[in-house]
Design a protein around this ligand. Structure first.
Ligand SMILES: [Zn+2]
Ligand SMILES: [Zn+2]
Length: 134
């Protein structure tokens, strides 16, 4: 069965479709991910941009990561749902928020990043490998 998944923002103005399996799945507890999500961490699946089709209008915000790379995060310009992120170091890759997929039962983080920044109320699966940085 070819991997084909759809997702959307909360209001439905932005929808997307993915046509290939994720390259990587990660959970991140860095300050930026905590602040932009408003919860303990961000969870994203990464794909080649060429394998993703997006419809609708997003707004974006850029910031400099610890690595010095530019991170651009896109969210629905109507409801604010965070959907996509890009990293200047890997211009052909898109990160998609795992919770925005209509069906995310396939998602499982392979790694937990910035575990040293994790808040003690944010409990993790002890079986997943952790790293204290990106
Ligand atoms: Zn929306
Ligand atoms: Zn992060």
């Amino acid at each position: 069965m070819p991997f084909n998944k759809q997702g959307r923002c909360h209001c439905g103005q932005v929808t997307y479709e993915v046509y290939a399996e994720p390259l990587r799945m990660a959970q991140c507890h860095c300050d930026a991910c905590r602040q932009i999500t408003g919860v303990g961490h961000n969870v994203q699946a990464f794909f080649y941009i060429a394998d993703v089709k997006i419809k609708g209008k997003t707004s974006s915000h850029q910031s400099i990561a610890d690595s010095g790379n530019i991170r651009t995060r896109h969210f629905c310009s109507q409801c604010g749902s965070r959907l996509f992120s890009y990293n200047s170091a890997a211009p052909d890759i898109i990160g998609i928020s795992a919770g925005s997929f209509d069906d995310s039962s396939w998602f499982k983080p392979q790694i937990i990043l910035y575990n040293s920044k994790r808040k003690n109320w944010d409990i993790i699966d002890e079986n997943i490998k952790t790293r204290n940085f990106m």
